[in-house]
Design a protein around this ligand. Structure first.
Ligand SMILES: [Zn+2]
Ligand SMILES: [Zn+2]
Length: 336
């Protein structure tokens, strides 16, 4: 079968590899769509510490089960599924306390030590697959993982109905956060991005009218600040300045993945005096099933999120498009 292989940082190719077989407890998924995300670019560039090379990348995917291993009772060939890439050991300190996304032996399909979805087929544990409704396309199924990260962020924020939101970044993750904020009963959802075409898309295609290139532009909409400020750019300087947008007793969620080791400086007095909460949100935790359900319920304009689909042999071209910031969600259909 065809698969993308990253031999080592900076060295990527599309090649023929043996198709996987379902070991006990596993199912083989024929990938219908797999999204490219910023983490894939980091893996390509050698900037994601947990990755063990060589690896077949791809962690945002859905498809059809084509084989089941011994002991698989819940799923059958022909079932349409989305795959939760996060893997937890189950026995470490944090897993035993029900905090599996903080696992001390953290691993993930297509990200850590297991082959991922930029391949025609991938074998995954039955515990990682979620049935999707017939009406959900594979392109949408491949959005469940990023949505599940956003759901995790909302679990951390635990916002109240009627609150205001400011989201830094109008890329795929920013727009997913914005749509979930709206779905969650926001009274105002504002977006900041330095890329005017992204703001234009947020406005015209997703109906977010309060957008701007800077906080100063948006201040008049929320003079005292925003209840929930979500940093979805992964730029440390942005994470630092984002606190200026938080209302008294408001919350700042660091959702974007900033480079490890960089420092954001905060006015400690401000956090004390204004009772500000700063939160982190790491990947997926008890949020994959809810993500399937809210996508099925129409919380997210799934089809609008996917702007480009490539065949697997054009993976390099797809990556170049993502690096340029072109389009919104860029996906690969390995079965095309
Ligand atoms: Zn991702
Ligand atoms: Zn663990």
């Amino acid at each position: 079968m065809r698969a993308v292989i990253i031999e080592r940082p900076g060295e990527m190719r599309v090649d023929d590899v043996p198709a996987p077989e379902a070991r006990p407890g596993e199912v083989v998924v024929k990938v219908g769509a797999c999204g490219i995300c910023g983490t894939d670019i980091h893996i390509l560039d050698g900037e994601f510490p947990p990755t063990a090379y060589p690896i077949i990348p791809g962690h945002e995917f859905g498809g059809e089960i084509v084989a089941t291993g011994e002991g698989v009772t819940q799923f059958n060939a022909g079932d349409r599924v989305a795959v939760n890439p996060s893997l937890q050991c189950g026995y470490c300190y944090f897993c035993q306390r029900g905090q599996g996304n903080l696992c001390e032996n953290w691993n993930a399909i297509g990200v850590g030590r297991e082959p991922g979805g930029f391949a025609e087929c991938v074998a995954v544990p039955q515990t990682s697959v979620y049935a999707i409704p017939d009406a959900m396309s594979f392109a949408e199924a491949a959005l469940v993982e990023p949505i599940s990260c956003v759901v995790r962020g909302f679990h951390r924020l635990s916002p109240q109905i009627g609150e205001t939101y400011l989201i830094y970044g109008a890329g795929p993750m920013g727009l997913l956060n914005a749509q979930l904020a709206r779905y969650n009963g926001a009274s105002l959802v504002a977006l900041i991005d330095i890329n005017p075409s992204r703001l234009e898309r947020a406005r015209t295609e997703f109906g977010f009218d309060v957008v701007g290139a800077s906080l100063d532009e948006l201040r008049p909409h929320a003079p005292r600040g925003f209840d929930n400020v979500i940093e979805a750019t992964g730029v440390t300087k942005v994470a630092e300045r984002a606190i200026d947008a938080v209302i008294r007793r408001g919350k700042l969620l660091l959702f974007g993945v900033c480079p490890p080791g960089e420092t954001a400086a905060y006015d400690a007095f401000k956090i004390y005096n204004e009772e500000i909460t700063v939160l982190g949100s790491m990947a997926v935790h008890n949020s994959f099933g809810p993500a399937v359900d809210i996508l099925a319920a129409g919380a997210v304009a799934g089809e609008k999120m996917v702007t480009h689909t490539f065949g697997i042999d054009d993976f390099e071209e797809a990556v170049a498009l993502v690096r340029k910031g072109g389009g919104l969600k860029v996906q690969v259909n390995p079965s095309a």
